[in-house]
Design a protein around this ligand. Structure first.
Ligand code: C2O
Length: 352
């Protein structure tokens, strides 16, 4: 039995796992529980919206993106399109704001299992559509944080301008100009930033990690990349035990962006992560990794089982309509109307 969307009228207090399960309110403001429609893939896919590396945007693209987010932040706080409302969606599906329908003691959780990539693909998809709608430009595309290339292994500079709508101060300021080391850890104390004479070494270690996501074994067994199955009535015990390699790698950049102190708001903590616009750039690259993965597999479906394909979620779309979205409609970026600008993957061909 596939995981079903929550009953939106049954929202409960979520918990901050980093702060002794301190209760947090993530509930959406209006429970539009009545009028839910099934999501339909767009009927024409051309031209595809092209997501580009954040460090390669043109000045025009940067201005457009900043303007759209600035407007999103100014919307009525109760508008489902409002920036904080959108950010809070991440909390509801991650910090236990809903029990599963028919399983009143099992929390809904899209992290740490095979729902992780499909759910986040939809989340970004609607966020992008909404931003495009807000500025009346449906070609708007989310930039991605191209951390898998040398030049992209820094926080993209457009996110560091403290005068802009992309800025968020709740980050580790020691990392503003630092190379992102995928062996970083906050514990027991923060790994020091690589010195410039260590860059080549760290870059190569990082490349090695990306190459590990696409070995023959991982390509043959989708659960290694995507995460283990979860079905209705199950609840993950931990967020890492059943997570796939893509999610495990992705967690690190969250920890690296957020401040060190626990609970490390914003990016370093699930319930606040999406309050940082960098979240969406980070997740666009995670989504791109999935896109690369599925193309390397010849677009062969990752799991050909109804428990995966029929699992579904709820999102507000670009018409403020609640839509029920199935995993099966999330499996191709192009079918959703977007694509990733072709970029070289310097980690290709690194020893496995
Ligand atoms: Cu929902 Cu980056 O996690």
């Amino acid at each position: 039995e596939p995981v079903q969307p929550p009953d939106m009228s049954m929202c409960i207090l979520a918990t901050d796992s980093q702060a002794d399960d301190e209760p947090v309110n993530c509930c959406p403001p209006n429970y539009s529980t009545t009028n839910i429609i099934d999501f339909q893939l767009p009927s024409s896919y051309e031209p595809l919206n092209q997501r580009k590396p954040a460090h390669k945007l043109s000045p025009r693209e940067i201005e457009r993106y900043k303007a759209a987010i600035a407007k999103m932040k100014q919307l009525d706080p109760k508008d489902p399109w409002n920036f904080m409302q959108q950010a809070t969606i991440h909390c509801t599906f991650c910090n236990g704001a809903f029990f599963q329908v028919n399983y009143p003691d099992k929390l809904l959780q899209v992290h740490g299992n095979w729902l992780f990539l499909p759910w986040h693909r939809y989340y970004l998809y609607f966020w992008e559509r909404i931003l495009g709608k807000i500025i009346g430009d449906p070609t708007l595309a989310i930039p991605y944080w191209n951390w898998d290339t040398k030049d992209g292994m820094f926080m993209p500079s457009v996110y560091l301008d403290d005068k802009s709508s992309l800025y968020n101060d709740n980050r580790n300021h020691d990392h503003y100009k630092a190379l992102l080391d995928f062996n970083y850890s906050n514990e027991p104390k923060p790994t020091p930033n690589p010195r410039p004479d260590e860059y080549d070494k760290v870059i190569n270690q990082n490349y090695e990690k990306f190459a590990q996501l696409f070995t023959k074994d991982v390509l043959a067994k989708a659960s290694l990349f995507m995460g283990q199955p979860i079905v209705a009535g199950e609840e993950n015990k931990t967020l890492t035990e059943n997570a796939g390699a893509a999610e495990i790698l992705h967690n690190l950049a969250h920890e690296w962006v957020g401040p060190v102190a626990k609970p490390n708001h914003d990016m370093g903590n699930f319930y606040t992560a999406a309050r940082d616009t960098l979240f969406f750039a980070h997740h666009a690259n995670v989504d791109r990794m999935w896109d690369i993965y599925s193309k390397k597999r010849g677009s062969k479906v990752e799991f050909n089982q109804p428990d995966f394909l029929e699992a579904s979620f709820l999102f507000y779309d670009e018409n403020r309509q609640l839509v029920r979205c199935k995993v099966s409609d999330s499996l191709s970026a192009e079918k959703l109307g977007y694509t990733y600008a072709p970029e070289v993957s310097p980690w290709e061909g690194i020893s496995r």
